[in-house]
Write a protein of this length. Structure first.
Length: 65
């Protein structure tokens, strides 16, 4: 099943919908997929414990974007 979803970079983004169908609980699609690098800072800070200085250095050296 294919679905169409609005996205910041693509007006009608075609995505694969859930193959699981429940009779009383329909699948809801709330958020589009993240853009590349959208959650990089959050992952590095919260999950990996990187400091703001290290993250800024990685951005400055174009290791991440």
């Amino acid at each position: 099943m294919l679905i169409q979803m609005g996205h910041l970079e693509v007006e009608d983004l075609g995505l694969v919908g859930s193959p699981v169908k429940f009779s009383e609980t329909p699948v809801g699609y709330k958020l589009p997929p993240p853009r590349p690098g959208e959650h990089t800072r959050e992952v590095l800070e919260r999950l990996l414990g990187y400091s703001a200085d290290i993250i800024q250095e990685l951005f400055n050296n174009q290791v991440i974007s």
